[in-house]
Design a protein around this ligand. Structure first.
Ligand code: OAD
Length: 294
């Protein structure tokens, strides 16, 4: 057995039943690299080794900062400059970071598995930069490099004006499609405004108290609706939100393996068929090597 792995499958009522169960799990894992269906769910722990802080860990954001002041619609209405400053700092931290071995291993599994979907709560772009195609990834809490209008449905990627603003240390993002008037606004107010309706732009992430993006939920539900998974990996998340646990359990309900990678216990732990108490950048490359080269 691999060091650091705990498995419920090893606790069967008798050795025979346990051996049968193991064979079944092996069969399911063996399928992963041809026709297998794999759901991977990630959280901040997967980007921790790239130097991006988690939320609830020892040096996590929510240990020192109040989410109510930074990550709610009310906070944005009260002090948009403060909120934008925090997101701008986080964007810069992510830009300076590199994908780690965990991101690379998941991208490799996506190439080899029959039908893989990654659901990430991370708003960074490290899964994408590691080579995971967009169509295999759902960013359920949004994308920090997108900005969207706080009033209409206008969206914009991070624009050149922000890059310039960052370099000149002179202000916040503007929306790419509206460079002329928007730059004027940036200099006046330090805040980005919508090119279409001139309301404030906001970061393209999900805040506390907000609905998940419907299209992205639909993509997860469609994937689950197409059939059970042979393998579910839940890595680097406290699984605080009910939908994360729900998706993991529903996907693995038909005898699929549920493997959790996390140094700590979480609400998913009791349901896991294997638990790997190690950092994701160590555990995932090894696990995925074992799956791809059984
Ligand atoms: P958390 O900060 O809540 O949890 C990070 C998890 O990663 C913890 O369970 C750690 O034990 C684990 N961890 C830390 N380092 C790790 C490593 N190197 N390898 C593997 N695991 C490690 O982050 P999330 O669960 O992602 O939402 O948080 C979920 C959501 O809550 C975030 O998307 C964000 C936050 O508030 C919003 O902002 C809407």
């Amino acid at each position: 057995m691999v060091a650091g792995i705990e498995g419920r499958s090893q606790l069967g009522p008798c050795a025979f039943a346990t051996a049968l169960h193991r064979d079944h799990e092996k069969d399911r894992l063996g399928k992963v690299t041809d026709a297998g269906r794999v759901l991977v769910i990630t959280g901040a722990g997967v980007s921790a080794e790239s130097g991006i802080p988690t939320f609830r860990g020892e040096d996590g954001y929510w240990r020192n900062l109040d989410p109510a002041k930074l990550a709610t619609p009310e906070a944005f209405a009260r002090d948009p400059k403060l909120v934008w400053e925090w997101y701008r700092e986080r964007r810069q931290c992510i830009r300076n970071a590199q994908p780690n071995a965990a991101h690379a291993a998941i991208a490799k599994l996506a190439q080899r598995a029959g039908d893989l979907l990654l659901v990430t709560q991370n708003v960074d772009d490290l899964h994408a930069r590691a080579g995971l195609p967009k169509e295999k990834m759902v960013q359920i809490h949004g994308d920090i490099f997108l900005s969207r209008c706080s009033r209409c449905d206008w969206r914009a990627e991070l624009c050149d004006a922000e890059e310039r603003g960052t370099r000149n240390n002179s202000g916040l993002a503007g929306a790419r499609p509206s460079t002329g008037p928007n730059e004027h606004e940036i200099q006046q107010t330090d805040l980005p405004y919508c090119a279409r309706c001139h309301a404030l732009m906001r970061p393209g992430v999900v805040w506390f108290g907000e609905q998940l993006p419907w299209d992205e939920v639909r993509r997860v539900e469609d994937y689950l609706g197409r059939g059970a998974c042979d393998l579910v990996i839940v890595a680097g998340t406290t699984a605080t939100f009910g939908y994360i646990i729900d998706w993991a359990l529903r996907a693995s309900t038909d005898g699929g393996q549920l493997i959790e990678v996390n140094p700590d216990e979480t609400p998913v732990s009791t349901f896991a068929t294997q638990r790997i108490h190690e950092p994701a950048a160590i555990a995932l490359p090894r696990l995925i090597d074992q799956i791809c080269n059984p």
